[in-house]
Ligand binder design. Structure first.
Ligand SMILES: Cc1ncc(COP(=O)(O)O)c(C=O)c1O
Length: 474
């Protein structure tokens, strides 16, 4: 494809994407295909002769579209969002277009330095600890996901706890990590991958509002120490996946400091709310964290993938992840004056991800971002009121931000049927969880283009579906 052909095809592609967004509400939000349907509709062999973009785009509609769940639909209320935006898409396009591989500073200094700058901006935009800034002892790096961020944290914590020896001598079967019963499964996965072993992962019970019980954590750490274990890592969550529950960060942080444990704070979705001063109380105690992560690809209008990972002392990362084979040696690295982000995570090669974040932040500005986040929280609070005023539904927990957990009073089976029937209409998509042993429905308001009318519509859909199901039962 020549540059002039690319210019022509690229314009068509942009038109195609813009049309998609203009018509997105006409598609069922949740894909209705059966397992294998998309696979079986595609040719068994790759084309022998090259094909045109027009042919491919035609097939996208025919063969691929039915298998899409429309995450960018304003009627998407499921899981946690992955909310993108046009500025995010443009930044991502530019990153693909430049095709830079920024594994070390020297392979494209701008890739590193724009990332450092944008990560530093975010520290100030969210009033995160100043120690997370590139210019201080810590720093921030963009990872692909919160899962990679926590894996990086667990491995660095493991090395810190063993004097940087377990990388060489094998893992240490006395190290113990702590999460709560509500912590995201990515931490469990990280503990497995990092060789800590699931037997050495303690799931601390939660109190009534589903935050980790700090007293139980303290007791468990003491018990483990008495038995000869080495507590080394605690993950505290700000905004759990199930119900947006908040762990008591300061209490947990103080325990970590007394007991010499690494504190990782996972704020994958809710962290974006720190853009607004009125929500920052939720992150009280983050100054005690050794590492912190939130995902702009969940709630900050930045297309997948983009997870911001900060540490309070970058030496732990560099001591853990540094490698310097002959073919990567260069003067800039030897000078010590530059950051080589390959030493800050697992992968070597890296995209210019900071560009999409840079585009998003510059497009919206701090005030624009705050406006949208506040809008989502306000809509969630309205939805909460409607649930509270209803005779048939009840709130399961008080929502701190943009996730509402509620249920119909008719019991677990009814709630599951209600959810399946409502989602099958294609008009909206929401999911469920279990809270204190009972099914709860989850409506998350965080899609970029969700407005009041969409939230009203999903509430009507839920009520109407419940009435229809009740009618069938009578
Ligand atoms: C609280 C929390 N932590 C971590 C993750 C994992 O995120 P990722 O998909 O970026 O690995 C999620 C995903 O929803 C989450 O909700």
């Amino acid at each position: 494809m020549t540059p002039s052909q690319f210019r022509e095809e690229g314009k068509k592609m942009v038109d195609w994407i813009a049309d998609y967004y203009e018509n997105i509400e006409s598609h069922p939000v949740l894909s209705q295909v059966k397992p294998g349907e998309i696979y079986n509709n595609l040719p068994d062999a790759a084309p022998v002769k090259g094909e045109s973009v027009d042919q491919m785009l035609g097939d996208v509609y025919k063969d691929i579209f039915p298998g899409l769940t429309h995450w960018q639909s304003p009627n998407f209320f499921a899981f946690f969002p992955a909310n993108g935006s046009f500025p995010g898409i443009l930044g991502d396009m530019l990153s693909s277009g430049l095709g830079v591989q920024g594994m070390i500073w020297a392979t494209s200094p701008a890739c590193t330095e724009v990332e450092s700058k944008v990560m530093d901006w975010l520290v100030d935009m969210m009033q995160l600890p100043q120690v997370f800034k590139t210019t201080s002892e810590g720093g921030g790096v963009i990872q692909d996901s919160a899962s990679s961020s926590v894996l990086t944290a667990v491995i660095a914590a493991r090395e810190k706890a063993t004097g940087y020896t377990s990388n060489e001598e094998g893992t240490h079967n006395k190290l113990v990590a702590y999460v709560s019963t509500q912590t995201h499964s990515s931490v469990e996965k990280a503990v497995k991958i990092a060789g800590i072993g699931l037997n050495n992962l303690r799931k601390i019970e939660c109190d009534g509002n589903l935050g980790m019980n700090a007293k139980v954590l303290q007791q468990q750490i003491r018990d483990d120490k008495k038995k000869g274990y080495i507590p080394f890592f605690v993950c505290a969550t700000m905004g759990s996946t199930s119900s947006n529950a908040m762990d008591p960060l300061r209490d947990i942080g103080e325990i970590c400091h007394t007991e010499n444990c690494w504190l990782h704070v996972d704020a994958a979705m809710a962290g974006t709310a720190m853009l607004c001063p009125e929500f920052r109380y939720l992150l009280d105690g983050v100054d005690l964290a050794h590492s912190y992560c939130f995902n702009p690809h969940k709630w900050m209008f930045t297309n997948l993938d983009c997870s911001c990972f900060y540490v309070s002392d970058k030496r732990h990362l560099i001591n853990t992840f540094s490698i310097l084979p002959e073919y990567l040696k260069n003067k800039a690295t030897e000078s010590g004056a530059v950051i080589d982000y390959r030493d800050w995570h697992i992968q070597l090669g890296r995209r210019f991800r900071a560009l999409k974040l840079w585009f998003v932040i510059r497009h919206y500005g701090v005030e624009g971002l705050q406006h949208h986040i506040r809008g989502h929280v306000r809509l969630a609070q309205e939805f909460t009121q409607w649930v509270s005023q209803s005779d048939d539904f009840e709130l399961v927990v008080q929502p701190p931000l943009n996730l509402v957990c509620f249920r119909h009073k008719a019991g677990d089976d009814f709630n599951m049927k209600l959810m399946e029937a409502a989602n099958a209409t294609g008009k909206a998509y929401f999911t469920h969880t279990k809270i204190k042993g009972q099914v709860a429905l989850r409506v998350v308001i965080g899609q970029t283009n969700t407005e009041e009318k969409h939230v009203k519509a999903v509430w009507e859909l839920i009520q109407d579906t419940a009435k229809a199901l009740k009618g069938q039962h009578q």
